[in-house]
Each structure stands twice: as structure tokens, then as C-alpha cells.
Design a protein around this ligand. Structure first.
Ligand SMILES: [Zn+2]
Length: 273
């Protein structure tokens, strides 16, 4: 992908830059067809008319500068609309899907760290990198990433799937996931989270792949693991239901754009007759 991450803003703004404009969980897009949307390329004057706040340069796609911002106006210009960032997948080119996730995280961090968490004074933006420095005590904050493990647990040609309380779709089952705690390794986290949420002990924890997941700031780190012991006993504060599924009786599962979907696809493909 021809995208360079940088906080160093060019001296002169180019005629038409990409603007990744957010309103809570939505992003502003252009396009008449619901299945093909685009990130708006606008010039500075048009951006000023949109009542944008927190404009921040964050990189360059090809020769084109990229900014993120928040829109304050309720009235959107013609041809533009707000769509949920999760719903953007498949409706914009993959490069823009990926850059939108990065833009969202830089944007959220800028909004959420305007004041120092230690002394409460205002922070100011560093020009050389994505960092905010407290004007009182000099505490520096960087864009936050929250690592989380996600694991396909396999037992006798079946995969452990669960319905989570916080899933957007309550009918959907997925592999188990959880945030990494301070002081533990990723493998420790896999063993702890799976046991806490399902009562299942695992072994043979192996790295699969990772994925940036900007909802709002996760880095998902995927693993596979084998059943080692225990029976299903769910943590009812996080899980509604859990069970073992063969490749032929899978419930509603996530799409392949998510690492969860990829892990389940890996399980299906690994099953031979
Ligand atoms: Zn401070």
C-alpha cells in the first residue's frame, strides 16, 4: 500500500487532500451508489465550510496528503453521508479501509488526550511525531493501542465458539477473545482468558496472525490452541452461551474481514474427512 504514516505536516497544503472525517462511530463518505463509496478529496476552503474540528495531518497516500477531523455541523454537504466505520468494509478500496482505521485511531487519541491524565492541564500537539505533551508536567502521551488475544480452540474436530454479551449481533457466535493484562505474555493471556470465559484449559498455543481493529483501538493477536481439559462453564458477565461446533454445524459467524472470521475459516479448511 502506497501510504506513508507521518505527523510532519507539509508547509503548503495541497489543492485537494483526503479528509477522513468522523462523527462518533461514523465516517463521512461520498458516492451515489451504496456499494461503492469514496473518501472525500476536498480543498481547504471546502473543509473550512464543513465546520470541522480537530483537523490533524496524519500521512500521505501516494502524492496526496491525508487529514483526519471531526465534523460539528449537522447539515452535510450534497453527495456526502455518514456511514458506520464497520460498514465501510467492501464498499471502499481496501487501502482506504485500512487508512480509515488508522485515521480513526489518530483522531480518537487526539480528542481523548487533550488534557493531561496526571495533572489535568492542556496538552499540545508535537509537530514531529504523533505525540501530545502536557504543558504543565511534560507528560507525553502517544496513540494508544490495546492488545487483545483471539483464539481458535480445537477439540476432536470441533471448535469452541461463544456468543458474547457485547457483540453487536447477539445471535452471532465467535472465537473467544480478551484484552492482555499488564505483566502477562500473550500466551499467558490466551490460557487465562479461555479459562476465565469458558472453563476450558488449553495447550499448544500457537501464533496465527494479527490485525489492527480500530473499534476503537485494538490490536487483535490471533492464536490457535488445543483442548487440554475442563468442561464448558461460562463467565456470565461476558458470555451468553458457548459450545463446540463441527465445520458442518457452524452457527452464525463473523465475516472474513475480521480475524475471528479468518480463524474459523482456518478451522474449516483444516478439517479433512
Ligand atoms: Zn500534566
Amino acid at each position: 500500500m502506497d501510504f506513508i504514516k507521518t505527523a510532519v505536516e507539509p508547509l503548503n497544503r495541497t489543492d485537494q487532500a483526503y479528509y477522513f472525517i468522523f462523527s462518533n462511530n461514523d465516517i463521512l463518505v461520498a458516492g451515489d451508489s451504496p456499494d461503492h463509496l469514496s473518501i472525500p478529496r476536498i480543498h481547504e476552503k471546502a473543509a473550512a465550510e464543513m465546520m470541522l474540528d480537530g483537523i490533524r495531518f496524519f500521512g500521505r497516500y501516494g502524492d496526496t496528503d491525508c487529514y483526519c477531523a471531526r465534523i460539528l455541523s449537522k447539515n452535510l454537504p450534497d453527495r456526502y453521508k455518514l456511514v458506520n466505520l464497520r460498514a465501510l468494509y467492501g464498499k471502499v478500496d481496501m487501502d482506504f479501509w485500512s487508512i480509515s482505521g488508522y485515521a480513526r485511531q489518530i483522531h480518537d487519541w487526539n480528542l481523548n488526550f487533550q488534557f493531561c491524565g496526571r495533572c489535568g492541564q492542556k496538552t499540545r500537539v508535537e509537530k514531529s511525531e504523533h505525540a501530545r505533551v502536557c504543558q504543565g508536567c511534560r507528560l507525553v502521551s502517544y496513540p494508544r493501542i490495546s492488545p487483545a488475544i483471539i483464539t481458535a480452540v480445537i477439540k476432536d474436530h470441533r471448535i469452541l465458539l461463544a456468543r458474547g454479551i457485547n457483540f453487536p449481533n447477539k445471535n452471532m457466535f465467535s472465537v473467544l477473545a480478551g484484552f492482555v493484562a499488564p505483566g502477562e505474555t500473550l500466551e499467558d493471556c490466551v490460557r487465562r482468558e479461555i479459562f476465565e470465559e469458558s472453563g476450558i484449559r488449553v495447550k499448544q498455543v500457537r501464533y496465527f496472525k494479527s490485525q489492527s481493529w480500530p473499534f476503537p483501538d485494538s490490536l487483535m493477536i490471533g492464536f490457535t490452541a488445543e483442548y487440554a481439559g475442563g468442561s464448558i462453564s461460562i463467565d456470565t458477565t461476558e458470555i451468553l452461551e458457548a459450545g463446540w461446533f463441527t465445520k458442518d454445524n457452524l452457527p452464525l459467524i463473523p465475516g472474513k474481514q475480521s480475524l475471528a472470521g479468518e480463524l474459523i475459516e482456518w478451522f474449516v479448511n483444516s478439517q479433512t474427512l
